[in-house]
Design a protein around this ligand. Structure first.
Ligand SMILES: Nc1nc2c(ncn2[C@@H]2O[C@H](COP(=O)(O)OP(=O)(O)OP(=O)(O)O)[C@@H](O)[C@H]2O)c(=O)[nH]1
Ligand SMILES: [Mg+2]
Length: 625
């Protein structure tokens, strides 16, 4: 017997393991009070997560959440994490004392099979049938006692996402710890062969036949919805209409909130101006910090509306369908079916997107996904796009409920996706010749009512990350741009605006020969340099440069007055492609293990940006813009 308090090295370690999407992270959050990301599709968790908690009886526990897996026979990097933790090979985690095998109560087969396989690890096991609420709702009854008896392992049920849904599990954990965990057995796990896996699945089926009663449901609601939404013709049309509606909502819904933030920023700016004497300090605060940070935070509403859509669709279970619908197109481009989730996460930010490419087992497939992830339109581009669209695209309606600005935004996102597919296609030709990409092995989850808490939490995390960036990198960059645009002072009796004599103008003029063929003014060149660090910084940079130049109007109208249309379009196109984000480049280096692929990304993305901006600029001019 291993007495819990006899342990020399800290609390008992409990690891959550199970097939993808069975609710491990939801259980982890419920057990530890953490707020890790959950989503209704496979492959949300790609790294081990550690939390601490105390059981109702007062035992301290360390809880480890793991990426979903069907077997310890690990194939992809996320599955390797799970295997290594379970086998005690990760130094940062140590030996696991209790394996909690999580099974989806509505679909027990993979969980039961995994529990059988894990016995060979010799670690005490507790089986949890999660999502018991959904099973009950569907009239599925499970004879947990008989299951426990036949399996020879303790079995409890839980509902991770409802208050009170964890009581049985807590009670059982305490009971097990109170008696002392069974002694560890010998570690005899070996990679199961395909034949062994098949036999084990048959055994699991036998067990299910004896202990689970499923009413002969005519057709589930999910199936009914899917006959329409996965229909080869109607499915893609619905997806397109939905995405289109999303961007319309982003523009229409954000306007009043953006106006409110603008009023607030103007008020802060006016109040500070009035309180400070004319001079450098006032310039630094008003034209530097407030103009820079203020110009970026007004885009928060758009980011939140877009992510409210994405989070709700994810939790509803629709995003997995979108992956299914895109699979054929992605396959033709040479992308692995599992690339969808990393690419989807990249709409928020390429950094987590690139990390979630770990769910892809084939190295070259993973590399292709990593290389194209930065082409997905991340939320840092939203301020840039919105600013330029607001300045150069009239807010006109071009049909019932269809605004031109929303349409252009949709087009920019689509351009990112299409160019990513094309780059994937080309890199497939370069990296390998003629293999056909693996088909999608994603299981389609049942539709679920989204959890309000999860959506609100997701939005809060986005907002916080955005504001943190505004308060740090964007703030510093605005101050730097202000300093560069203010010093040195113009010579005595200068006739031109003061900024024309500043360092900023010097830098801008230095870069101008390279960037003037694509229509960029020297002010854009000034904003692009700090904008290398992160994309929104360019907006702050432009705002500061024009504020120093004495611009009083809103940044959008200033740009519209100073730039030809062709320049605006060219800069929009530049932002579809240019790799202006140091964190993304750093994570590419880390995840691929070499600097080589980082440089490949830099070169190909700048190359595309320059070529397409050049074409766009000259095309618009030729058309008379
Ligand atoms: N109704 C209900 N929904 C649940 C329950 N547990 C989890 N969910 C939902 O199931 C989905 C998947 O949950 P996750 O916790 O992300 O699953 P996971 O096992 O961590 O998934 P991976 O990390 O992808 O392996 C989410 O939409 C959850 O809200 C439950 O007990 N009842
Ligand atoms: Mg998870």
């Amino acid at each position: 017997m291993l007495e819990p308090d006899a342990r020399a090295d800290g609390p008992l370690r409990l690891a959550l393991i199970g097939a993808p999407n069975c609710g491990k992270t939801s259980l982890f959050n419920a057990l530890t009070g953490a707020n890790q990301r959950v989503g209704n599709y496979s492959g949300v968790t790609v790294e081990r997560k550690i939390g601490r908690t105390v059981t109702p009886a007062g035992e301290a526990l360390m809880v480890i959440d793991l990426p979903g897996t069907y077997s310890l026979r690990a194939r992809s990097p996320d599955e390797v994490v799970t295997r290594d933790v379970v086998l005690g090979r990760r130094k940062d985690v140590g030996q696991i004392d209790l394996l909690v095998v999580v099974a989806d109560a509505t679909h027990l087969r993979p969980g039961l099979r995994l529990a059988q396989e894990l016995r060979a690890c010799g670690i005490p096991i507790l089986v949890v049938l999660n999502m018991i609420d959904i099973a009950r709702h569907r009239g599925i009854t499970i004879d947990a006692e008989r299951l426990e008896h036949e399996l020879g392992l303790p079995v409890v049920t839980s509902t991770a996402v409802r208050r009170g849904g964890m009581e049985t599990l807590w009670a059982r954990i305490d009971a097990m710890l109170g008696q002392g965990l069974p002694e560890r057995g010998a570690m005899t796990w070996q990679e199961p062969t395909a034949a062994q896996l098949r036999t084990a699945l048959r055994q699991a089926d036998g067990l299910i036949a004896r202990t689970v009663h499923k009413p002969v449901a005519p057709r589930s609601l999910t199936e009914k919805i899917d006959t329409v939404l996965l229909n080869p013709f109607f499915g893609p049309v619905f997806l397109l209409v939905l995405m289109f509606a999303m961007f319309q909502a982003v523009f229409a819904g954000a306007a009043p909130l953006m106006d409110a933030i603008t009023v607030f920023v103007d008020w802060v700016s006016a109040t500070v101006s009035a309180a400070l004497p004319e001079g450098l300090l006032r310039g630094l605060i008003v034209d530097g910090a407030i103009a820079g940070v203020g110009s970026v935070i007004i885009f928060l509403p758009q980011i939140l509306i877009l992510f409210a859509f994405i989070l709700i669709l994810e939790d509803l279970g629709y995003m997995a369908r979108a992956a299914f619908l895109m699979d054929r197109i992605m396959g033709h481009a040479g992308l692995h079916g599992r690339a969808f989730i990393p690419l989807l996460s990249s709409f928020a930010c390429a950094v987590p997107g690139i990390m979630s490419a770990r769910v892809i087992d084939d190295r070259r497939d993973r590399l292709t996904t990593i290389l194209i992830a930065p082409l997905m339109t991340c939320s840092a581009r939203i301020p840039v796009y919105t600013l330029l669209i607001g300045a150069f695209v009239p807010a006109r309606s071009i049909g019932p409920g269809i605004g031109l600005q929303g349409l252009v935004m949709f087009g920019l996102f689509a351009a990112g996706v299409i160019s990513a597919l094309l780059v994937a296609f080309v890199s497939r030709l370069l990296l390998r010749r003629n293999e056909i990409a693996a088909p999608l092995m994603l299981d389609l989850p049942d539709y679920k009512i989204p959890q309000l808490r999860g959506v609100v939490l997701g939005l809060w995390q986005r907002a916080r990350a955005f504001l943190r960036r505004a308060g740090t990198i964007i703030f510093y960059a605005s101050v730097v741009v202000w300093v560069l645009s203010t010093f040195p002072f113009p010579p005595e009796g200068a006739s031109e605006p003061a900024i024309n004599y500043s360092f900023a103008a010097m830098i801008g003029h230095l870069l101008e020969p390279i960037l003037s063929p694509i229509g960029f003014t020297w002010q854009i060149c000034v904003a692009l340099v700090p904008g290398m660090a992160a994309r929104e910084v360019a907006v702050a940079g432009l705002s500061t440069v024009y504020a120093v130049s004495g611009g009083e109007a809103a940044l959008g109208s200033t740009l519209a007055a100073h730039w030809p249309l062709a320049t605006g379009v060219s800069l929009l196109v530049w932002y579809i492609f240019a790799p202006q984000c140091l964190s993304t480049l750093a994570v590419i280096k880390r995840e691929t293990g070499t600097a080589r692929w980082m440089w490949v990304t830099v070169v190909y993305m700048f190359g595309l940006a320059y070529v397409f901006s050049f074409i766009a600029y000259h095309l618009v001019r030729a058309l008379g813009g």
